[in-house]
Ligand binder design. Sequence first.
Ligand code: ARG
Length: 470
Amino acid sequence: MKLWGGRFTKPTNQLVDEYTASIHFDKKLATYDIKGSLAHVAMLEKCAILSEGDAKEITAGLKIVLEKINNGEAVLSEEQEDIHMNVEKLLIDEIGPVGGKLHTGRSRNDQVALDMRLYLRDALMDISQLVANLQGALLEQAKKNIDTVLPGYTHLQRAQPVLFSHHMLAYVFMLQRDVERLGDSWKRVNKSPLGAGALAGTTFGIDREFVADQLGFDGICENSLDAVSDRDFVVEFLGNAALISTHLSRLCEELVQWSSAEFNFIELDDAFCTGSSMMPQKKNPDVAELVRGKTGRIYGNLIGMLTTLKGLPLAYNKDMQEDKEGMFDTVETLKGALALFAPMMETMHVKKENMYEAVRNDFSNATDLADYLVGKGMAFRESHAVVGEIVLHCIQHNKYLLDMKLEEIIGFSSIIEEDVFDFLTPEAVVNARNVAGGTAKNRVEEQISKAEKNLKETENRLAEWAEQIN
Ligand code: ARG
């Protein structure tokens, strides 16, 4: 028998039951659903809509139902469609008809919106923490490699040398914006829709603020129609998750390249690689590849949610049940990637000598030679042309700038002096970029301090959230 069966004369077609049920995925919301119901009952009692005795019974019953769901004793049925009806049915089975009073002044529409927000708050906390952990691991590599020089690339062509720590910090700052975006979205997620009813509010004298307060919300959704039909907080999360994935995926691509024999700049720890079933010599960066690959489904979940919403009239429509699987999938996919990524980065071996060799055997100090000539009074456009000729000469004679003799290089411009070679070593080239945000060692150290400060702020924010919602 359906809880809403009163106006029906026939049982539901079994295929309809199967097709419309969401219990096989929204059972993930059980804890949140019951948490919301406990707050709702407390409010009904406070507003004298439920008697103290009824409220006590329902509260105790809900706690038993939660326990039974958690320990697997409760049977969740497709016939009861979703987690909300299942919990209510289990409650009535547990404590009798008084359980039927739980749903007073409430609809599944505001209830499900509430559950989604409660779920997402935890996800925001977990994911922010995991991103911060990854930032911490990258920061450690940055500190360990404060003197490691790496070719910097544009167009995947060697461009100018940079400190490896500078490169790691680029990701730390990307992820910082990601954490801040999650933090900013919190204030839009952390609003209570409960009390919006099916769409228009409720005839009972409820206290929405009281419920919001108990559940650690910053306030209530101001418009009941919007409260039940808004899923932009889900879209926003999926969008933020997509950006995190983009950032991870770019790093993955670099890890894959760097660990190839062609680059040979890093070695990922054996514990984070896999072998080939046929080729005994292989050690593959599968984790990095798979994180890169899973970016596709995370983008897909975002586009899916946007598309589901685009044609919906106000207020609730059953289409909106499609909000869950994509969100769960994104949360789980992202958590999985982030949890692996931090230790993978922590244990990554950096082949400093190979990076140095790549910088040394290259023309990535050519800009510095041009800048040197400018320092001696030549116009940059002219120095650019002169250095171009010098590079061509070197290519034709199979050597690099630092291999040239003074007499040889002076032939291209008489203003060049002996000190030129001091300007062209990898260390000098890096440290000459002594501008805020540049790759000079002292500037990278400034970035490390800033990144550490950011991490502390994240920690504080997460502690505040935890306190607020518990
Ligand atoms: N399972 C539904 C969902 O996830 C709950 C809300 C159903 N509301 C309704 N009026 N049928 O969206």
